[in-house]
Ligand binder design. Structure first.
Ligand code: C2E
Ligand code: MG
Ligand code: MG
Length: 567
């Protein structure tokens, strides 16, 4: 008997069919894991336990028992998330006459039939009943839609075909029910990696696909990386941590092919290539893209290493008073000294750091390093100067930004008034309330806020008044020909006037020649940053420059004062 019981348990947990067991009074005794998997889509939506699986199971059983045991009931069950789903149930009466059975056992399957097509609410036809994702029927449809849309917009479609590595092993070791639950969780994680406009599809077995419209080919690399790392996190199945990996093949329309069928074929080929190349990776159909992806990955790996090996340095570029020639502030600008590649400019690596998320670590490092440097200069008696630090979009959005700023100030002992954060106009465009709140929190610390590259972001000028900023930095594009082009001169004049009107400090960046300085002075922009005065330089050089300029200023004032004294 005990053996039978054990056998029954093993069977129950490993069959693909959902099973409900009830007693003679129709009270639900249990459901198996496949039941949770098949109705999981609805069950998850129930608020708490008592309405959970038992509720769905009870409804199914009651409905199914409206026909005599042994028959097959087909029908719709309403789930509390409002969705109606169609099931097919066969109930057997066990050990009884039929009227007084000892137990009922119901076998439940999701049902599909043509009537379902007529009534969309009955069942979301074309969706995979296990994972709730669109299934194969919808796959080519979604691809066709995507191709149509990019034909108009000039963007690309990335198709990723993905297979779990060694899924059969898991099925064999833990049983099909566990395998099903793994697939459900995989589907859930996939959905977290994509935007709402992208489609995740379950093709069959352990094979999934993502259809995405992308503006930049790099976007597909980002998503592929995200998927690989989301899948790598251990899955909890029957109290056991299971680690699985994905192989991903990526094909791009229109660069790899000119129709949907070919796109799928290329994706499949790329997947095959990923599998034979050692799994747990993505491969593009095109060799070119593989090369590009590899150099990106390499750069990312180098960047991680650079943080550990302290290959980053902060350079400082002075902001100079056009009136006196004295240094009145500085901007911290990161430099990367790679042991093999030499100096890499921030223009090259900051965008990739931004995409991969490494910018948060790098940005925190720059902030702390430049606060420490600035405090050091004050401690050794240099004239106190305000230091501007660039904050990237992702850093600015990060929840931790304010805490990181507080920590940088507290751990270095720098007075907040000597720190200014530079953000760009585009960061002001979305979620205005959130942005204003964050800026206000920073201003309340006593930190200055500057809009960098001002004039390039197409924001309306009146818009600026809403943000608690302290400084505008005129983009160097407007300074470059300010002395020769009347139109740019007009824009620069307008920005200077606007800053005055809003009571903001105004800084011109990219002043390279004496003509730029003369124009800026004449029009009331006294603070200037640019190669005319100095390029960004390492800290010790910066320190020397500040001292020299202060000395020169003193000498000049003394010299000017001299004749008066002797007279
Ligand atoms: P940005 O914040 O607008 O920095 C000014 C850039 O203009 C710097 O380039 C600087 O070297 C350059 N520049 C200054 N004066 C002149 C000039 O007279 N002529 C010309 N042609 N260029 C001038 P850099 O250092 O290569 O930095 C480029 C951009 O990289 C920065 O633009 C900033 O957006 C970003 N960046 C640099 N350091 C950091 C950092 O620590 N964090 C973040 N998030 N971004 C940074
Ligand atoms: Mg800047
Ligand atoms: Mg700038």
């Amino acid at each position: 008997m005990k053996d039978h019981h054990a056998l029954f348990e093993v069977l129950l947990e490993n069959v693909r069919d959902a099973v409900v067991v009830a007693d003679g009074e129709r009270q639900i005794l249990r459901v198996n894991k496949a039941f949770e998997a098949i109705t999981g889509h609805c069950a998850r939506a129930f608020v708490e336990g008592e309405h959970g699986h038992a509720h769905v199971a009870h409804q199914l059983l009651e409905q199914a028992l409206t026909i005599p045991p042994g028959g097959r009931w087909n029908g719709v069950i309403r789930c509390s998330d409002g969705s109606d789903r169609k099931f097919e149930v066969t109930v057997s009466a066990v050990n009884g006459s039929g009227d007084f059975p000892e137990k009922y056992i119901g076998l439940v399957r999701p049902a599909f039939d043509d009537a379902a097509l007529a009534d969309e609410a009955t069942i979301r036809f074309g969706y995979d009943p296990l994972t709730g994702l669109p299934g194969r029927e919808l796959f080519s449809d979604r691809i066709d839609q995507a191709l149509l849309s990019v034909n108009r917009s000039g963007k690309s479609v990335a198709l990723m075909i993905m297979g779990l590595d060694r899924f059969a092993l898991i099925n064999d070791a833990l049983g099909h029910a566990a395998g099903d639950r793994l697939l459900i969780e995989v589907a859930r994680r996939l959905k977290t990696c994509i935007r709402e406009t992208d489609t995740a599809v379950r093709l069959d077995g352990d094979k999934f696909a993502l259809v995405m419209v992308i503006a930049d080919l790099d976007d597909s690399v980002i998503v592929a990386e995200k998927v690989l790392s989301a899948i790598k996190e251990p899955f909890l199945l029957d109290q056991e941590e299971v680690v699985v990996t994905f192989s991903i093949g990526i094909a791009i329309y229109p660069s790899d092919c000119d129709n949907g069928a070919q796109l799928i074929k290329n994706g499949d080929n790329a997947l095959h290539f990923a599998k034979v190349s050692g799994r747990n990776q993505y491969q593009f159909f095109s060799k070119d893209m593989n090369q590009k992806a590899r150099s990106r990955l390499e750069l990312e790996a180098r960047m991680r290493r650079a943080l550990v090996n302290e290959e980053f340095i902060v350079y400082y570029q002075p902001k100079v008073s056009a009136e006196t020639g004295q240094v009145v502030g500085m901007e911290a600008l990161i430099r990367w000294m790679d042991p093999d590649l030499g100096m890499i400019s921030p223009g090259e690596f900051i965008p990739i750091a931004e995409e991969t998320g490494l910018i948060e670590e790098i940005g925190t490092w720059v902030l702390r390093r430049s606060c420490r440097q600035n405090k050091y200069w004050q401690d050794i008696g240099l004239k106190p100067l305000k230091c501007s630090v660039n904050v990237s979009a992702r850093q600015f959005r990060s929840r931790d930004l304010v805490d990181i700023v507080v920590d940088s100030l507290e751990s270095t002992g720098l007075d907040p008034k000597w720190l200014e954060l530079e953000i760009t106009e585009s960061m002001l465009m979305n979620d205005v309330d959130i942005v204003v709140r964050k800026m206000t929190a920073l201003r309340e610390l006593g930190v200055g806020l500057s809009i960098d590259d001002f004039g390039t972001g197409y924001s309306s000028l009146s818009y600026l008044g809403r943000f608690p900023i302290t400084t505008l930095k005129i983009d160097r594009a407007f300074i470059a020909d300010v002395d020769t082009n009347p139109k740019t001169a007009e824009i620069a004049r307008a920005i200077i006037g606007l800053s005055r009107g809003l009571n903001l400090e105004v800084v011109a960046e990219g002043a390279e020649v004496a003509g730029h300085i003369a124009f800026l002075r004449e029009h009331g922009c006294d603070t200037v940053q640019g190669f005319f005065y100095s390029r960004p330089v390492p800290p010790d050089e910066f320190e020397r420059m500040v001292r020299q300029r202060a000395q020169a200023y003193e000498d000049r004032t003394l010299a000017l004062a001299q004749p008066e004294r002797t007279a």
